[in-house]
Ligand binder design. Structure first.
Ligand SMILES: NC(=O)c1ccc[n+]([C@@H]2O[C@H](COP(=O)([O-])OP(=O)(O)OC[C@H]3O[C@@H](n4cnc5c(N)ncnc54)[C@H](OP(=O)(O)O)[C@@H]3O)[C@@H](O)[C@H]2O)c1
Length: 323
């Protein structure tokens, strides 16, 4: 059934922008903006706008430029004015300015709203890499700058506390809740040590990525034909199969009536954290978009559901700590 509920908006840190609490991930995993037909892409973007989704996330590496190109085409076709973020990777000797120029060309825009580092950060990122992103802002090619919340945890905290970035893309989900909550030592792939509340304290907008652990938190092993056929976990578990198994431990959230499905629980989980501005989801179909909008319209998971998730996760070998 088509939902008529508009997705709520939240502030994007100190930027002054407000973004929808559900975002549109144009990445390779969901794949709709990379491998969907032109008609499917435009319908999905039009419907997303109608549902109140205002943030679209892309990157040069998604479909080797196709995601940016398709997103630009679809937004023009729909005539929509959305908040658009893209990224840069310097891993293979990339150049910040050349990369952004090529992104703007593919998107068909003079500037983006958000320009983010796509690479994991290290101790050198703050002084050696981020000034180049800042120069793009000074040149009027991006309104705001951000990072991907991966890499050295100390460096991540130092960057969000430094004032050098406006946003961070946080890996924060039911399988690795450490970006939002304290967790027992050794219980997660990477302990992000509550990066989300720290970012919030410093006015840095939090964009949650991998809320469904690439699809594993649906609990279903089958992938949509448009989706990437195989997904490498990021900061969730050692393998996709392992993530799928651990997702089963969260079924009591559905059985005890806190959510209509695991997907709904996984999307409403990060929304319970005040610092979260938007939860990006990668879509493979229009139906997945509709289901996600219906799920977030139910609001954040209540505290009793968070406690239940914590208990079940601990039994499954992960999860939050007391307190
Ligand atoms: N900065 C970074 O390094 C970084 C890294 C990762 C992601 N991101 C961004 O975050 C976005 C989201 O991440 P992601 O796509 O990697 O992972 P994700 O959102 O956790 O998972 C996407 C997968 O979830 C499943 N799904 C989505 N909606 C569903 C629904 N309603 N019901 C059931 N299953 C559903 C689909 O799998 P099936 O088709 O198999 O059902 C889809 O392929 C990306 O598009 C990208 O913009 C950024």
């Amino acid at each position: 059934m088509r939902s008529n509920t508009a997705v709520e908006e939240r502030p994007l840190g100190r930027t002054g922008l407000r973004v929808s609490s559900l975002g549109f991930g144009c990445g390779n995993v969901g794949g709709l903006l990379v491998r969907g037909t032109r008609a499917e892409r435009e319908r999905a973007v039009a419907r997303a706008i109608e549902l109140g989704i205002t943030y679209f996330d892309t990157a040069p590496s998604y479909g080797d430029g196709l995601s940016e190109q398709h997103l630009g085409e679809a937004l023009r076709a729909v005539g929509a004015d959305a908040v658009v973020g893209t990224k840069v990777s310097l891993r293979d000797g990339g150049d910040v300015e050349r990369s952004l120029d090529a992104s703007l060309e593919r998107l068909g825009r003079d500037e983006v709203d958000l320009f983010q580092l796509h690479d994991p950060v290290g101790p050198e990122t703050l002084e050696r890499v981020l000034p180049a992103l800042e120069r793009m802002r000074a040149a009027g090619r991006t309104r705001f700058v951000g990072i991907t919340g991966l890499g050295d945890t100390d460096a991540l905290h130092a960057i969000v506390e430094s004032g050098a970035v406006d946003t961070v893309q946080a890996f924060f989900n039911l399988l690795n809740p450490s970006a939002g909550y304290p967790v027992p030592a050794g219980s997660v792939e990477q302990d992000f040590r509550e990066l989300v509340p720290r970012a919030h304290d410093h006015g840095v907008g939090v964009i949650v990525v991998r809320a469904l652990a690439g699809g594993a938190l649906s609990g279903e092993p089958d992938r949509h034909p448009v989706a990437a056929p195989a997904v490498d976990p990021i900061a969730s578990g050692p393998s996709y199969g392992d993530d799928l198994l651990r997702a089963q431990a969260l079924r009591p959230l559905v059985e005890e009536g806190f959510a209509g499905s695991l997907v709904e629980a996984a999307l409403r989980f990060p929304l319970a954290s005040e610092g979260v501005s938007t939860v990006l989801l990668g879509y493979s179909s229009l139906e997945q978009l509709e289901a996600a909008a219906d799920a977030v319209a139910k609001g954040p998971l209540p505290p009793e559901a968070l406690q239940l998730a914590e208990r079940e996760q601990r039994l499954a070998g992960g999860g939050h700590a007391e307190g």
